[in-house]
Each structure stands twice: as structure tokens, then as C-alpha cells.
Design a protein around this ligand. Structure first.
Ligand code: ATP
Ligand code: FE2
Length: 329
């Protein structure tokens, strides 16, 4: 009989609850995002958002799935990395559910979940993954029992760069989709720092330079065009090198910035040049949501990877490559 997993995601500004079966059915995936009135996310405000809305989001997940709480076999939660207060509120809900329903508790790495949900959707076994979001920019591939970070940002994440630039020029949050729309109208390329260092990259210099272009009166659509071409070109370069070095046959694009069509186009080109298959995670599974936690939790559960409530402290700085991935060989 299929197992049913409830997954709670709450690493940053979004809280989500998803219910997934071991047959690979997503029964529900409900989430809500705190939209800051101004500035960035305040960890305490985000955690209050999760505490206030979380219980109702979880109830809605059960309603939409058409099951009752006592039908679940496990509860999984995003244990890290993320903002401490948000992680703790989410973990508290998961522990309470685990104790009340007497079901195993599973602690999931958020970044690993972005990769696993992409494999789930695409059927990929062993991809090179480009994971791009508001808080993370990583090129990941499985080697030696772990998801290794082949390259990553040395300062800010790509989504954070787009959102911060957007805020400076008066766009609402999240700015990524607005930058994408503007970029379509642009055509003149203004050079920006193309900052690839080995397999790593850096976006803070580009942010400063883009702001300067804006202050100098360069049309916004041309700046957005130039930012996208430069920022995504850098990702394309390291993804290409990762594919060339690892000889893997699959390229996966995941995380909130995976919604971008221009980035998709660039990575499709990389995959095609190397005879690799390409998959972009679909919008409902690309950003932060509970289904990815529920699914990865099931993989861990089936491999015997559980957490005692007394040991279930959160891991705000949990790196992608710090977890033994015992469910993959
Ligand atoms: P994580 O915790 O994994 O860092 P997150 O909290 O940033 O994730 P996501 O939903 O994964 O949440 O990603 C949100 C980011 O995706 C925001 O920075 C947003 O601007 C960006 N984004 C969304 N759509 C697009 C798009 N079409 N083009 C570029 N960026 C986009
Ligand atoms: Fe995420």
C-alpha cells in the first residue's frame, strides 16, 4: 500500500504544506508567502506569519487531499538551511504532529528537496542541477554518496540580486518576473561585471553596476536585458563545465528563478550542445512548497532516515553537501 507523507516547508518567507504518496501522487500543495510592505524579509515577522497561518494551511492541505490526518504515515519538515526563527516554528508544528499522530518525523534538507522534486517530476536519475532561488545559487551533482556543490555564489543569490535591484528601481517584490518582462523590451547590451571564479560566481558587483546604470539614466529595459544576459550567461558557463566534467546526461533547472524563460533557453542550449536531456521544474514545484519536503521525506523514510523529536533541532546553516544521501546509491 502506498505511504502518505505530509511535508512542511518554512525556511524563509513562505510556509507550505504538501501531501504526497509513495506512488508519486501530489495530493495537495498549499502555501502562502509573506510579502514585506517594504525592504526585505524580517526573520521574526516571517516566523510570526508561519505561526499564524501554518495551522490553517495544514488543514487546507488535508481538505484538498481529501484525507484525514490519521491517514498519514510520516511527517517531514524543512530542517535547514534557512532563517532560524522560521525553521523553529515549522519544526515545532512537525514535532507536535509527529507526537500527536504517533508517526515518524523526518528532517529534510531544503536544497536537497529542490533537487529531489526535480528528479521526481522529470524522471531524471542523476542530473547536474542548477538550483537558483532568492536565497541560493548552486550547481549540484551527486558524487560519493552526497549532493556535491560544484559551484555556488560567493556572495548574494541570483534571486536576491534581482529582487534587490528591483526594489532600488521601484518594482514590487518579487522582482524576478518583472525584470524578465522588462528585459524582453530591451535590446541594447551594457557591459556588467561577468564574475565567474573557477566554478563559483558572484553577483554583488553586478548589483552595484546595474544601480549605477540606472542612476545614469540608462533605460530600465536595457538594464534588465543586460542583467539577465550577464547573470544567466555566468550560470550557463558553470553548468556547461559541470556537465563536461561529470559527463552526466541530464541537466535540471530548479528553484524559484527556474520560472525564467531566458535562463531556461540558455540552459537548454547547454544541454543540447552536450547531448544531455534538459528539464525545467514546473512553476508549482519550482519555488518553496511542502510537496518537495513530503516527497524527499518519503525517500528518507524508506531508507530508514528518521529523527527523534528530542534530536530534531533545526540546522540554519545546513549545507547541501553535509548530508549522507542514503537513499541513492
Ligand atoms: P530558497 O529558500 O530556496 O532560497 P526562496 O525563498 O527564494 O527560496 P523561491 O520561491 O524558490 O523562494 O524563489 C523566489 C525567487 O524567484 C525570488 O527571488 C523571485 O524574484 C525569483 N523569481 C520568480 N520568478 C522569476 C522569474 N520569472 N525570473 C527570475 N526570477 C524569478
Ligand atoms: Fe527554496
Amino acid at each position: 500500500m502506498a505511504l502518505i507523507s505530509l511535508g512542511l516547508e518554512g525556511t524563509a518567507h513562505s510556509f507550505g504544506a504538501g501531501i504526497v504518496t509513495s506512488n508519486g501522487e501530489v495530493l495537495s500543495n498549499v502555501w502562502d508567502m509573506l510579502l514585506p510592505k517594504e525592504g526585505g524579509i524580517h526573520p521574526r515577522e516571517a516566523s510570526q506569519h508561519h505561526a499564524e497561518l501554518g495551522p490553517d494551511i495544514i488543514s487546507r492541505a488535508f481538505d484538498e487531499a481529501g484525507i484525514s490526518p490519521n491517514e498519514i504515515d510520516i511527517v517531514a519538515f524543512s530542517r535547514g538551511p534557512g532563517l532560524g526563527p522560521c525553521l523553529r516554528v515549522t519544526a515545532t508544528m512537525a514535532r507536535a504532529i509527529s507526537l500527536a499522530l504517533k508517526v515518524p518525523l523526518v528532517g529534510v534538507n531544503h536544497c536537497v528537496a529542490h533537487v529531489e522534486i526535480g528528479c521526481f517530476e522529470s524522471g531524471f536519475d542523476d542530473p547536474v542541477t542548477v538550483y537558483v532561488s532568492g536565497g541560493n545559487t548552486q550547481i549540484i551533482a551527486f558524487a560519493g554518496g552526497r549532493f556535491r556543490t560544484f559551484g555556488e555564489t560567493l556572495d548574494i543569490a541570483i534571486g536576491n540580486m534581482l529582487d534587490t535591484f528591483g526594489r532600488i528601481v521601484g518594482m514590487r517584490f518579487p522582482a524576478g518576473p518583472i525584470v524578465e518582462r522588462q528585459a524582453k523590451e530591451g535590446s541594447k547590451y551594457y557591459p556588467l561585471p561577468y564574475s565567474v571564479k573557477g566554478m563559483d560566481l558572484s553577483y554583488s558587483g553586478m548589483l552595484t553596476a546595474a544601480k549605477k546604470l540606472y542612476d545614469d539614466g540608462v533605460p530600465l529595459e536595457d538594464i534588465c536585458f543586460s542583467v539577465q544576459e550577464t547573470a544567466f550567461g555566468m550560470l550557463g558557463e558553470i553548468a556547461e563545465r559541470a556537465i563536461a566534467h561529470t559527463k552526466k546526461r541530464e541537466l535540471l533547472l530548479t528553484g524559484g528563478v527556474a520560472r525564467n524563460n531566458r535562463l531556461t533557453e540558455i540552459l537548454e542550449g547547454v544541454a543540447a550542445r552536450h547531448g544531455a536531456q534538459f528539464h525545467r521544474v514546473s512553476p508549482p514545484l519550482a519555488g518553496d512548497q511542502g510537496a518537495m519536503i513530503a516527497w524527499t521525506g518519503l525517500l528518507q523514510h524508506q531508507a530508514g532516515d528518521h529523527l527523534e523529536v528530542s534530536e530534531s533541532y533545526v540546522l540554519p546553516k545546513w549545507r547541501t553537501d553535509a548530508q549522507d544521501i542514503i537513499w541513492r546509491s
